[in-house]
Design a protein around this ligand. Structure first.
Ligand code: ADP
Length: 171
């Protein structure tokens, strides 16, 4: 059922059906990947985001891609890491699940995820990558989907490579 790739580099350059944005609850832009996506998409994206009224942590919303090569942006709000005893793992898994649910509802067949919560939100990389891969693999058995895990830096790339190597043959 589809396939999974680790893709190094900048998510805003990918010509996929949807890229996922690690947004904040306002959906009105921010730093990191959120800022990069808004800069590359142009002002139309912010205008559409303003109509959405925000998004709670662990949920997702979909918009157009505007000037991006991707047709859609799926905005999801990852948890801020607060030590791990505040529901962070469940919320992070929910981000991946809800993004895939929206993708399926919109006929999306290729999707690219950044490492949600692993930048400013401080989620430990190895744990976050494990949740990303486990959740996507479980959900993807229900739909045919081409999934990119985008690694913006060497640490993220290494974490995905170690996680997928541990899973070799099961993906
Ligand atoms: P969060 O607030 O959810 O932690 P960040 O944007 O700070 O979101 O970081 C999430 C991840 O996205 C980090 O691994 C960061 O290195 C990565 N990232 C930043 N810019 C880009 C980009 N242009 N493409 C892909 N990933 C990116």
């Amino acid at each position: 059922m589809g396939s999974t790739l680790i893709t190094p580099g900048d998510i805003t350059t990918l010509a996929v059906d949807a890229i996922v944005n690690a947004a904040n609850e306002s959906l009105l832009g921010g730093g990191g990947v959120d800022g990069a996506i808004h800069r590359a998409a142009g002002p139309g994206l912010l205008a559409e985001c303003r109509t959405l009224g925000g998004c709670p942590t662990g949920q997702a919303r979909i918009t157009g891609g505007y000037d991006l090569p991707a047709r859609h942006v799926i905005h999801t709000v990852g948890p801020v890491w607060r030590g791990g005893a505040h529901g962070e793992a469940g919320l992070l898994a929910s981000c991946y699940r809800e993004s895939l649910r929206l993708a399926a509802a919109h006929g999306i067949t290729s999707i690219a995820f950044p490492a949600i919560s692993c930048g400013a939100y401080g989620y430990p990389l190895t744990e976050a990558v494990d949740i990303a891969v486990t959740t996507v693999c479980a959900e993807r058995s229900k739909v045919t989907l081409f999934v990119h895990f985008v690694a913006f830096d060497a640490d993220t790339l290494g974490a995905y490579q170690r996680r997928l190597a541990a899973d070799a043959g099961k993906m």
